[in-house]
Design a binder for this molecule. Structure first.
Ligand code: G4P
Length: 536
């Protein structure tokens, strides 16, 4: 039993908490996240046929047509959280948009999980999007398991990949399975966790994986099944594995300091069951979470949770939004009054929704680790806390420094109010970030992907009756600035007024034109801290 559950406040909650595993699968597009998700759902019986999740994936070729992407995103709301039962565990997979223009959505979703599985393509290795997402997990000390995918194809050497994972992702790894050949020569994996041989049969015939218990890899059984040459190769590899990599240590994994690695082929459903079986044994149940006021334990009898994502409906006939709430403690119940901490008033929800792989259903109750969707007419913004009455503010829902910037101008002077309201609401929803310059009060929109500029323009027009246009702005980064001594900040603000702005909550931000300008500012103002995310 996890140590923090030693003094349980509400015993009836305990079995529900211990059952839950809430996690996300992260990868660079095309590494196989959707395929792996689908296979996991098939194991859990949540879907009956392959393809059910795939059809909801945002298609790559639609990048130029944001309405099409939004339409697909609308469909994908249903699969935002996929819950299924497997071996007496209740598993919640939080889907993360693969499209990189929605990376900020993904970053925020990662604040709502207890662990993650990182998928890597055996041929491509560590790719840029994987690096960013793993960095977010690492910052939060989220335990990660790595799945190296597509072993049915020729790819890179296992050791070379592990080196790259350690170097580029900053993870300490320990292989829990090891491949025997790859591509045409792929014979299977040796599972170091269960001490068994898992034989590969190509062409998707993996319904009954052929598994042979081989406790000692010096056993002749190995030769009988994979032949002498492959056995020698495996034994040599395992000798290196045993010398170079640490033994698996669950506590280190739970602390985010050691990542087990599995090899397989998601499309062939190979290595997926062993990944899932290991996952439910080692992955953490919902953990205590920090608020500004105190640590909140999942087993407390008072309910609490926070909003990590808001999905707006683009259909003008149904202007509602869905706020996704992660439950952190106690039991959430339908039609019960809860405190909306920021607004200081109580609210109740008559049709909170749970998502079961493409099926939405109204839930009467939900437990720590669960995600419920709340229909919202504009009351929520990202990071909002709901509680049973206590004033709590959950920490750890950061904004990341955007990567693209444009000045936003009002194109219709008669609609200035509507424009301001629209921009405010859209930024609260997390579509983009807003900065206001200190020297001339001009407004700057910052986003992760170019697509959001179109989304904002379209939504301002259709939802708020306001119109805007953009002016290019070449900026490298917007960094939040703090200092122990006020004078340090004041000096920077005074001397560099044209590079200073405030974010929508009034926090000071330094606008760096280039990486060099940022470096110079860091050197010239050594007592000022420059932050790349808004929560520090
Ligand atoms: P993503 O969500 O991470 O973007 O990846 P996705 O699962 O959509 O997989 C990307 C491509 O890789 C898909 O091919 C998928 O079939 C393929 N794939 C996934 N796992 C494996 C594997 O273990 N081995 C091999 N050889 N391929 C794999 P696609 O051609 O883009 O799509 P489709 O036509 O197959 O649907």
């Amino acid at each position: 039993m996890p140590p923090f559950l030693n003094n349980v406040s509400d015993l009836s909650l305990l079995p529900e908490i211990l059952k839950r595993r809430t996690f996300a699968i992260v990868s660079h597009p095309d590494a196989g996240k959707t395929t792996l998700t689908e296979k996991l759902l098939l194991f859990g019986g949540a879907i009956q046929e392959a393809g059910a999740v795939k059809s909801n994936k945002i298609k790559k070729h639609a990048t130029s047509d944001f309405m099409e992407i939004e339409r697909q995103r609308g469909i994908s709301v249903a699969t935002s959280v996929m819950a299924f039962d497997y071996k007496e565990k209740k598993i919640n997979i939080l889907d993360t948009p693969g499209h990189q223009d929605f990376a900020e959505d993904t970053y925020r979703t990662l604040t709502a999980v207890d662990s993650a599985i990182v998928v890597i393509d055996v041929a491509k290795g560590v790719e840029p999007q994987t690096e960013k997402l793993v960095e977010v997990c690492r910052m939060r000390k989220t335990p990660m398991i790595v799945f190296i995918n597509k072993l049915d194809r020729e790819g890179r050497d296992g050791f070379e990949l592990l080196d790259e994972i350690e170097e580029k992702l900053g993870l300490h790894v320990c292989p829990l399975s090891w491949p025997i050949g790859m591509g045409q020569r792929f014979k299977g994996v040796y599972n170091l966790f269960e001490k068994q041989l898992n034989l590969f049969q190509p062409h998707g015939k993996q319904d009954e994986e052929e598994i042979i218990a081989i406790k000692d890899t010096n056993s002749e059984l190995l030769v009988q099944h994979v032949g002498a040459a492959a056995t020698k190769e495996l034994r040599d590899d395992l000798e290196i594995v045993n010398t170079v990599y640490p033994d698996f240590d669950q506590q280190k994994y739970l602390d985010g300091n050691l990542s087990p690695v599995f090899f397989g082929s998601a499309i062939n459903n190979f290595g997926v069951k062993e990944l899932l079986d290991c996952f439910i044994q080692i992955a953490p149940p919902p953990k205590p979470r920090e608020t500004e006021e105190r640590t909140v334990r999942p087993d407390e009898d008072q309910f609490s949770g926070f909003v990590f994502k808001i999905h707006a409906n683009m259909d003008p006939k149904h202007r509602d939004r869905i706020a996704f709430l992660r439950i952190c403690s106690g039991k959430f119940e339908r039609n019960t009054n809860y405190l909306h901490v920021r607004q200081g008033r109580t609210m109740k929800f008559s049709n909170p929704t749970a998502f079961m792989a493409a099926k939405k259903s109204i839930v009467d109750e939900a437990f720590p680790g669960d995600i419920v969707g709340l229909y919202d007419s504009g009351n929520f913004k990202i990071g909002d806390t709901l509680t049973g009455g206590e004033n709590l503010h959950f920490k750890g829902i950061p904004s990341f420094s955007p990567e693209q910037f444009r000045y936003i101008n009002n194109a219709n002077p008669l609609k200035a109010k509507q424009l301001d309201k629209g921009i405010m609401q859209l930024t609260e929803e997390g579509v983009a970030q807003l900065f206001t310059k200190e020297d001339n009060a001009r407004k700057i929109i910052g986003t992760v992907g170019a697509l959001q500029f179109e989304v904002i323009q379209y939504r301002l027009e259709h939802e708020y009756g306001a119109s805007c246009n953009y002016e290019p702005l070449s900026l490298h980064k917007a960094c939040w600035i703090t200092a122990d001594k006020k004078e340090a900040i004041n000096k920077l603000v005074k001397e560099r007024k044209r590079d200073i702005a405030k974010d929508k909550d009034g926090h000071l931000v330094f606008l760096a034109e280039s990486a060099w300008a940022l470096k110079m500012a860091q050197e010239n103002y050594p007592h000022v801290e420059f932050h790349f995310k808004s929560e520090f």
